[in-house]
Design a protein around this ligand. Structure first.
Ligand SMILES: *[C@@H]1O[C@H](CO)[C@@H](O)[C@H](O)[C@H]1NC(C)=O
Ligand SMILES: *[C@@H]1O[C@H](CO)[C@@H](O)[C@H](O)[C@H]1NC(C)=O
Ligand SMILES: *[C@@H]1O[C@H](CO)[C@@H](O)[C@H](O)[C@H]1NC(C)=O
Length: 402
C-alpha cells in the first residue's frame, strides 16, 4: 500500500509542481499587501485618526491659531505669573469629580484643610481642578456657588486654579447622584469622563456642550483666582479620536467665542509624536503649551525640547507628572522644571477615595503599595515621604528669568 501510493505520488510530481508555482506567487503577493497595509497603519503621518483630510485639518489648524493669543501676549502673561508648583486636586473624601462638587458631598472643611497643607507646608501655588457638565446642567446656580467657594478657599491660601472643562479618561458613563465606593486596590476606579460617551456620540447634545463652555468661561474670564483654562483633558484617552477631535474643535470655537478672556487657554499634549492630527491641533490652539509626562527625567527633557522646536517661545506647563515607580519623582524632576521655568503640576495631593497611590493597572484587592504611585500626603496630613516634604519646603520660589 505504502509503495503503491509512493509510486503514484512520483508519477504526479510534475503536475503538482506546475500548480504550486502560481500559489507561491499569490502567497508572496498577499504577504506584500498585508505588509504594506501594516506599514501604512503604523505611519503616524497618515491622518488615520481624524475624520477630515490632511488639507482640511491644516486649514482648521490655521483657523484655530488665528484665534489664539499672539506669542508676545502669551509671554507677557507668563512673565507676570509666579513659577507654578502644584497638584491635580480632588479632596481625599471624593471618589470622583461628581462627588467633589455635588451638593450633599461638597466637603468645604476637607478642602480648607488640604489646601492649607498644600500652601503652607508644600509651598504650592496652583491646583488643577476638573469640572463636570452634568452638575452645570442639573443646577447652574449651585454649580457656580460651589466653584466660587472653592476658588475663595484657594485664594485664601494664595493658590491659583487651573480649571479643566472636559475629560476623556476612565469610566464613560457619568451619572449624577450617589457615587459608588472605590474598588479596593484599583487606581481611580470611579473617575468619570466629561461629558461622557452618550453626549460625545449624540450631536444633538453638542449645543449644550457649547453653552456650558461659554457660560463657565464667561463667568470667570476676568476672575484672577482662575489662572488657566484647560479645555479638554487627554482627548485621546478613550481611543476614539475620530469622534472626539471634531468635538474638541467645536468646543475650542465655543471657548474662543467668549470675548475678553484674561486667562490663557490650553489643551495638553499627552501623547507623542507631535505629528498626529490631535497633537497638531492642540499645538495650534493653545495660548500656552501644556503637556503630560509620567516618564523619567530623560523623557521629560526630550519632551520639552520637542515642544520648544515646534512652539518656540510659548510658555510651558507640565500639568501631569509624578509616578514614583516609573522614575518620575520630586527629587529627579523639580530642579529641571524650575530651572527651565516650566510650571509643574503633578497628579495627586492627598491620598483618598480616588486611590491614585496605586499604579494604573493595579489589580483589585492589591495591598497598599510600599512606594506610592501618585499623591503626597496621607489624609491625616502626614507626608508619604518626610524627605519629599522637606524638599518642598526648601524650594526657593524666586522666578527664574530666562
Ligand atoms: C441626544 O441629545 C438630546 C439633547 O440633549 C436629547 O434630547 C436626546 O434624547 C439625546 N438622544 C439620545 C439617543 O440619547
Ligand atoms: C515624551 O514622554 C513620553 C512618556 O511620558 C514618551 O513616551 C515620549 O516618547 C516622549 N517624547 C519624546 C519626544 O521623547
Ligand atoms: C497618619 O496615617 C499614617 C498611615 O495610616 C500613619 O502611619 C501616621 O502615623 C498617621 N499620622 C498621624 C499624625 O496620625
Amino acid at each position: 500500500m505504502a509503495i503503491g501510493s509512493s509510486n503514484a505520488h512520483d508519477m504526479h510530481m510534475p503536475a503538482i509542481k506546475v500548480r504550486v508555482a502560481p500559489f507561491r506567487w499569490l502567497a508572496v503577493l498577499v504577504g506584500c499587501v498585508i505588509f504594506l497595509v501594516l506599514i501604512l497603519l503604523r505611519n503616524p503621518y497618515k491622518p488615520i485618526d481624524s475624520d477630515v483630510t490632511t488639507e482640511i485639518a491644516e486649514r482648521l489648524n490655521e483657523d484655530a491659531s488665528k484665534l489664539r493669543w499672539s506669542l508676545s501676549r502669551a509671554q507677557q502673561w507668563y512673565s507676570s505669573q509666579p513659577w507654578y508648583l502644584g497638584a491635580n486636586y480632588l479632596p481625599s473624601t471624593a471618589v470622583n469629580v461628581l462627588e467633589m462638587w455635588q451638593d450633599d458631598t461638597f466637603d468645604e472643611e476637607t478642602i480648607k484643610r488640604e489646601l492649607d497643607w498644600a500652601s503652607k507646608r508644600l509651598q504650592m501655588n496652583i491646583m488643577r481642578v476638573f469640572l463636570h457638565i452634568l452638575l452645570w446642567m442639573n443646577n447652574p446656580t449651585k454649580f457656580f456657588q460651589h466653584v466660587d467657594t472653592f476658588l475663595s478657599i484657594a485664594k485664601q491660601n494664595n493658590i491659583k486654579v487651573m480649571l479643566v472643562l472636559f475629560d476623556e479618561c476612565w469610566n464613560e458613563d457619568p451619572k449624577l447622584g450617589q457615587q459608588l465606593n472605590p474598588i479596593p486596590g484599583v487606581h481611580n476606579s470611579r473617575w468619570v469622563r466629561c461629558p461622557g460617551q452618550s453626549m460625545v456620540l449624540n450631536r444633538t447634545s453638542w449645543p449644550l456642550i457649547e453653552q456650558y463652555t461659554t457660560d463657565v468661561i464667561n463667568h470667570y474670564k476676568s476672575d484672577n483666582r482662575v489662572a488657566v483654562w484647560d479645555l479638554y483633558n487627554e482627548p485621546e484617552c478613550s481611543k476614539q479620536i475620530r469622534v472626539v477631535l471634531p468635538l474638541l474643535r467645536y468646543i475650542y470655537k465655543a471657548a474662543r467665542s467668549v470675548a475678553d478672556v484674561e486667562q490663557p487657554m490650553t489643551i495638553g499634549i499627552a501623547k507623542w509624536p507631535l505629528t498626529t492630527p490631535l497633537a497638531k491641533f492642540e499645538l495650534a490652539a493653545s495660548d500656552i503649551i501644556s503637556f503630560h509626562s509620567y516618564g523619567p527625567l530623560a523623557n521629560v527633557i526630550a519632551n520639552v525640547s520637542d515642544l520648544r522646536q515646534v512652539q518656540l517661545g510659548r510658555p510651558i506647563l507640565c500639568t501631569e507628572w509624578l509616578a514614583r515607580t516609573f522614575g518620575s519623582t520630586l527629587f529627579t524632576h523639580i530642579d529641571f522644571f524650575q530651572r527651565e521655568n516650566i510650571g509643574a503640576i503633578h497628579w495627586g495631593l492627598v491620598a483618598g477615595r480616588s486611590q491614585t497611590y496605586y499604579q494604573w493597572k493595579s489589580p483589585e484587592g492589591a495591598p497598599m503599595p510600599k512606594m506610592w504611585f501618585h499623591d503626597v500626603l496621607y489624609s491625616n496630613g502626614t507626608a508619604f515621604s518626610a524627605l519629599e516634604e522637606k524638599l518642598y519646603s526648601e524650594i526657593k520660589h524666586e522666578k527664574v528669568s530666562k
